[in-house]
Ligand binder design. Structure first.
Ligand code: ADP
Length: 388
C-alpha cells in the first residue's frame, strides 16, 4: 500500500482466536491496484493481493486484510505504519462537528469538518493518547488485547458484541452487494439473487476456530441457536498434530487436494460390499466412520500419507458442520443456510464438501449458500457500528 498521508481511514477489527480480520476505508481510489488497473477499475470491482483485498466504492476504497492473532504485533505495526487509528481519533473528536457516516448499499458517505483534517493530518501516539482515540473491535481479542492497543498505539478498543457484528455484517452484504451469495456444488459456482425484502429468516453458520449457528430474523433480531467446537481450529490443530506440526492451514488444505480418504475412512462398502445400501439411502462410497479404517490396521502413524490424513479430516469436519447446520435449519423451519467464517475463505473443496452434506442430509431440498466476503462478517459489522 502506498503512503496515505492525505488519507483519512476508518478502521474496525475482529480479533479472533486464530486470525485478526481488519476492515478499513480509505479515500484513496485503490491502493492495491497497479497503474494499469487503476485506470480501468470500476466501482464494486475487487482487487485481490494475497491476503488483502480492496473493494473500490464511491468516494474511496474498502480494504480487507487478515493477520495471525499470534502475530498481533504485525497487525499493530501495519495499523501504525498506515496511521489507520487516526480515523478513530477524528471520529471521536468530531462529536462537536458534523460527522456523519452513512452506509447505504455500496454507497458510503462521510462528511466531517475538514478543519480537523488540516489540524491533524497524522496521528501521533501522544495525540492519540491525549485524545482518547477509539477503534471499533469485536471478537474475543477485543477484550484480551485492550492494554496492548493502549500501550502500542495509544488507542482504546470500543468493544462490540461478536454475534451482533456477525449478523449486521451478513445482513449488510446480503442486502447491499450484488452477487454476494452463491452456491458451490461439484466445482460449479452459481450466484444467487437475493431479494433484500425477502431475506429473513435465515440460518447463519459462521465457521471460525469454532462454529456459531445463528437464526437471523431481521436487522438486529437474531438468536445463537447452536454451535460446535469442532470447527476450523479443529481441522488445523488436529491436522498439525497428525502430521508432526509441519504445515500451515493453507498447506494442509493443499495436501488434501491430493489425498485419498478411502485409505483412512471406513466406507459403507468396506463393511459389506455385497449389501444393497440404497434401501437405507446410502451408497457403498458413503463414509461410515471417519478414520475408521485405521482401527483394523496394524500400521504406524508414519505409514499414513499426510495427503490422506488431511482429506479425511477435512471431510469429517466439513460434513459434520453441514449436518448440524441442516438439522438446525430443519428444527427452525428455515429454508436458507448461509455459511461464513474464514475457514471457508472461498476454498472450493470446503464449499463442495459442505454443500454435499447439506444436499445429502436434506435429500436435495436445501442448498448451502456461501458469501464472497465470508471471512469478514464480524469485522464489517464492527465497521458499521460506527454508524450507531
Ligand atoms: P476466529 O475468529 O476464531 O479466528 P476465523 O473466522 O478467522 O475464526 O477462522 C479461523 C479459521 O480459518 C482457522 O481455524 C482455519 O481453519 C481457517 N483459516 C483459513 N485461512 C487461514 C490462514 N491463512 N491461517 C490460519 N487459519 C486459516
Amino acid at each position: 500500500l502506498p503512503n496515505q498521508s492525505d488519507d483519512i481511514p476508518l478502521l474496525a477489527l475482529d480479533i479472533g482466536g486464530t486470525l485478526i480480520k481488519l476492515v478499513y476505508f480509505s479515500r484513496r481510489e485503490d491502493p492495491l491496484a497497479d497503474d494499469q488497473q487503476k485506470n480501468t477499475l470500476k466501482e464494486g470491482q475487487e482487487v485481490s493481493n494475497g491476503s488483502s483485498r480492496s473493494y473500490p466504492i464511491k468516494g474511496g476504497c474498502l480494504h480487507f486484510l487478515k493477520f495471525e492473532t499470534r502475530k498481533i504485533n504485525e497487525c499493530l505495526d501495519f495499523i501504525d505504519s498506515k496511521q489507520l487509528h487516526c480515523g478513530g481519533m477524528h471520529i471521536y473528536l468530531d462529536t462537536l462537528t458534523s460527522f456523519q457516516l452513512k452506509i447505504q448499499g455500496l454507497f458510503i458517505q462521510i462528511t466531517y469538518t475538514f478543519l480537523f483534517i488540516g489540524i491533524y493530518p497524522r496521528c501521533s501516539f501522544e495525540a492519540a493518547r491525549n485524545n482518547n482515540a477509539v477503534i471499533k473491535a469485536t471478537g474475543g481479542g477485543a477484550y484480551m488485547y485492550v492494554n496492548l492497543f493502549k500501550e502500542r498505539l495509544g488507542v482504546s478498543l470500543d468493544k462490540e458484541d461478536e454475534m451482533d457484528c456477525l449478523v449486521s455484517g451478513a445482513n449488510f452484504l446480503l442486502k447491499a452487494i450484488d452477487h454476494e451469495a452463491f452456491t458451490h456444488m461439484d466445482g460449479q459456482k452459481e450466484f444467487v439473487q437475493i431479494d433484500k425484502n425477502d431475506l429473513f429468516p435465515y440460518l447463519l453458520v459462521n465457521i471460525g476456530s469454532g462454529v456459531s449457528i445463528i437464526k437471523v430474523d431481521g436487522d438486529g433480531s437474531f438468536q445463537r441457536v447452536d454451535g460446535t467446537q469442532a470447527g476450523g481450529g479443529t481441522y488445523c490443530g488436529q491436522g498439525m498434530l497428525l502430521t508432526g506440526c509441519k504445515y500451515s492451514f493453507d498447506e494442509l488444505l493443499e495436501l488434501s487436494q491430493r489425498g485419498d480418504n478411502k485409505l483412512i475412512d471406513l466406507l459403507v462398502g468396506d463393511i459389506d460390499g455385497k449389501m444393497d445400501y440404497s434401501k437405507i439411502g446410502l451408497s457403498a462410497s458413503t463414509i461410515a466412520s471417519s478414520f475408521g479404517k485405521v482401527v483394523s490396521e496394524k500400521r504406524e502413524l508414519k505409514d499414513y500419507r499426510h495427503e490422506d490424513i488431511s482429506l479425511s479430516l477435512l471431510r469429517m469436519i466439513s460434513y459434520n458442520i453441514g449436518h448440524i447446520a441442516y438439522l438446525n435449519a430443519k428444527i427452525y423451519g428455515l429454508k436458507r443456510i448461509f455459511f461464513g467464517g474464514y475457514f471457508i475463505r472461498g476454498h472450493a473443496c470446503i464449499m463442495d464438501t459442505i454443500s454435499y452434506a447439506v444436499d445429502f442430509r436434506s435429500k436435495g431440498a436445501e442448498k448451502a449458500m456461501f458469501l464472497r466476503h465470508d471471512g469478514f462478517l464480524g469485522a464489517l459489522g464492527a465497521f458499521m457500528s460506527y454508524e450507531k
